[in-house]
Design a protein around this ligand. Structure first.
Ligand SMILES: Cc1cn([C@H]2C[C@H](O)[C@@H](COP(=O)(O)O)O2)c(=O)[nH]c1=O
Length: 225
């Protein structure tokens, strides 16, 4: 079996950028690897995910319960494993993924009261890793960002056009609950937490530089790969 490393974080945490940069740096060091990302929007397997995110089942994330929404994303992952990277992984390859089952852990957990989180997480990992049979990650790099900073980054990404946000991005209360769930998962599931926000002398918060964050990620991975 190969190794599977996940990059996780809330929307606007820079996961995509860090996954790409880490892949590039590891390739420069001579590592052969595959880089994947979820949802797999280019594949038909993401049809249900697209319907859900565009509001076909209701315009609030809570209109689709944690278990049903998780199954849409799980099917997308199963298809990608079977048709794209499974063989490479089974033959010993290194796979870096921008989001994975861990995104269901963060974003779907948050639809449930905290007392049900452990039960949901047990169900989720059994469902995806045991019943579906896709691999469990070897390590999860969790990019922690102050919610105020990540909201600013999401708005900038869409140039202030709120209508471009998907139903999860629009719901600020849901995002706050997702942050709580992410911190809980990082703490209880042994994720490697990288603090991506810094504050200046006046307390103004901003993101650390991409290179600075990446150097910390590479140092973490040096102990894993
Ligand atoms: C991959 C994945 C994403 N999500 C959520 C996170 C985002 O709010 C949303 C869309 O992902 P994106 O922002 O990376 O395009 O889907 C899950 O809830 N479970 C998953 O397994």
């Amino acid at each position: 079996m190969g190794q599977l490393i996940i990059f996780e974080g809330l929307d606007g945490s820079g996961k995509g950028t860090q996954t790409k940069l880490t892949a590039q740096r590891l390739k420069e060091q001579g590592r052969d690897l595959r880089q994947i990302t979820f949802p797999d929007y280019d594949s038909e397997s993401s049809a249900l995910v697209k319907m859900y995110l565009s509001g076909a089942f209701g315009d609030k994330p809570d209109d689709v319960n944690a278990y049903a929404a998780s199954s849409f994303y799980a099917v997308d992952r199963f298809a990608s494993y079977k048709t794209d990277w499974g063989e490479f992984y089974r033959e010993g390859g290194l796979v870096l993924s921008d989001r994975y089952t861990t995104s269901n852990a963060v974003h779907q957990c948050s639809k449930l009261p905290p007392m049900h989180w452990d039960g949901f997480l047990n169900w989720l990992f059994d469902f995806e890793y045991k019943k579906f049979g896709i691999p469990a990650p070897d390590a999860v790099i969790y990019l922690a960002v102050d919610p105020e900073v990540s909201q600013r980054l999401i708005t900038e990404r869409y140039h202030g056009d709120e209508s471009k946000k998907d139903i999860q991005e629009k719901d600020t209360e849901y995002l706050a609950r997702s942050r709580a769930a992410a911190e809980y998962c990082a703490r209880t599931l042994g994720w490697h937490r990288i603090e991506c926000t810094t504050a200046d002398a006046n307390g103004a918060k901003s993101m650390r530089s991409v290179e600075d964050i990446n150097a910390e990620i590479l140092a973490e991975l040096a102990g894993i790969l």
